[in-house]
Design a protein around this ligand. Structure first.
Ligand SMILES: *[C@@H]1O[C@H](CO)[C@@H](O)[C@H](O)[C@H]1NC(C)=O
Ligand SMILES: *[C@@H]1O[C@H](CO)[C@@H](O)[C@H](O)[C@H]1NC(C)=O
Length: 112
């Protein structure tokens, strides 16, 4: 079962997607989740048990400019765009959502 999951993650990474991470405490602490997702697809955080709990976000690598976080499920409501890390110079690197008035707000995300 684990091997199958790892293989499917690898396959989607190869086909061009983005690695996105959220955590429930500042600075990548607390419960931390990472996803390999396709662009434009909406992902609801209730599925991961961290609805309205994210305090930190990091768009690591992949074929996307960044990811939008949304206040409501199904990528609706107020949103915050988090740019992809780019040497921490062109992009912000990891962000504390407290700095963007988006602490414990996100219910879904979509990478674009
Ligand atoms: C996020 O917050 C932590 C704790 O306050 C701090 O150590 C860290 O430098 C912050 N990171 C950013 C990117 O601002
Ligand atoms: C951001 O990306 C650069 C390479 O582009 C890498 O050297 C750096 O470690 C990354 N930052 C983090 C926090 O992973």
């Amino acid at each position: 079962m684990k091997a199958v999951l790892a293989l499917s993650l690898l396959t989607s990474a190869v086909s061009g997607s983005v690695v996105f991470s959220l955590s429930t405490e500042l600075n990548g602490q607390g419960i931390r989740k990472s996803w390999v997702v396709d662009r434009w697809k909406c992902h609801n955080l209730a599925e991961d048990g961290i609805d309205n709990q994210a305090s930190w976000a990091f768009v690591d690598a992949g074929l996307a400019n960044g990811c939008d976080l949304y206040d409501d499920a199904d990528c609706k409501g107020r949103s915050l765009f988090v740019k992809k890390n780019n040497s921490n110079i062109l992009g912000p690197g990891p962000v504390n959502l407290t700095d963007y008035n988006f602490d414990n707000i996100a219910s879904s995300f979509s990478c674009v």
